[in-house]
Design a protein around this ligand. Structure first.
Ligand code: ADP
Ligand code: ADP
Length: 226
């Protein structure tokens, strides 16, 4: 049973542009899938369709065997981390991390436990009372990850989460996200245009070009037969 199944998925934007063409992929439970390819090849569109942020024009999307084409983003068992972090500037780190759980009407105690637990995993316990503008880029990125972790989703979606960080921090966060994946033992789908990032992080790499999959294989195979 695939955790996520994309079956003959197609995306045609209202202007008629076909951004994703007949995309087929089964994603298993503990995979770290990296969608990689040049800017404009349809990675982000594909991820956003999984998240429910972009309508699917044709085809079927399943999460754990359930067809979710018409299920709202908040009712899909997924959490997404964005490139620009998308933190609420007026809220503290704690409230940013708690927001999605409040929205889902979890109890105060449960929210507190989950936020503290995630903050501990990410080493940001001391930042919970700060506002986003009082944080460094790397700290903001951790908060964005924390906001996803508290939800304990079946699938983590990440869209170029490291591209706003400087080179050194990017390398460090790569390792942290890989570790996080091992620790949470769940499914990650990660979008990047950076081949090194793809090769070092993915358990399977899906190379896209012009809206189609060119190649899907483990990093070793991709490295040897690019
Ligand atoms: P990637 O994430 O690989 O950079 P995207 O999925 O963002 O690519 O975009 C794929 C293609 O679809 C690009 O050519 C982009 O310009 C186009 N596109 C994205 N959003 C829209 C939109 N709302 N309307 C029309 N075309 C779009
Ligand atoms: P990213 O760099 O994160 O992929 P983009 O700058 O490509 O984001 O796109 C930002 C927003 O503009 C997205 O919501 C995308 O759907 C939209 N967009 C991208 N390309 C086009 C386009 N050619 N026409 C209309 N909207 C677009």
């Amino acid at each position: 049973m695939a955790r996520v199944r994309l079956k003959n998925i197609k995306k045609v934007y209202p202007n008629g542009f076909e951004a994703v063409k007949d995309f087929n992929l089964d994603i298993e439970d503990k995979e770290f899938i990296v969608l990689v390819g040049p800017s404009g090849c349809g990675k982000s569109t594909t991820l956003r369709m999984i998240a429910g942020l972009e309508e699917i024009s044709e085809g079927e999307l399943y999460i754990e065997e359930k067809m979710v084409n018409d299920i709202a983003p908040k009712d899909r068992d997924i959490a997404m981390v964005f490139q620009n972090y998308a933190l609420y500037p007026h809220m503290t780190v704690y409230d940013n991390m708690a927001f999605g759980l409040k929205l889902r009407k979890r109890s105060k105690e449960e929210i507190k436990e989950r936020v503290f637990n995630a903050a501990k995993i990410l080493g940001i316990e001391h930042l919970l009372d700060r506002k986003p503008k009082q944080l460094s880029g790397g700290q903001r990125q951790r908060v964005a990850l924390g906001r996803a972790i508290v939800r304990n989703p079946k699938v983590f979606l990440m869209d170029e989460p490291l591209s706003n960080l400087d080179a050194k921090l990017r390398v460090q966060m790569r390792a942290e996200i890989s570790k996080l994946h091992q620790r949470l033992e769940t499914t990650f789908v990660y979008v990047t245009h950076d081949q090194t990032e793809a090769l070092t992080m993915g358990t399977r790499i899906v190379v896209m070009k012009d809206g189609v999959i060119q190649q899907a294989a483990d990093p070793q195979t991709i490295y040897e037969h690019p």
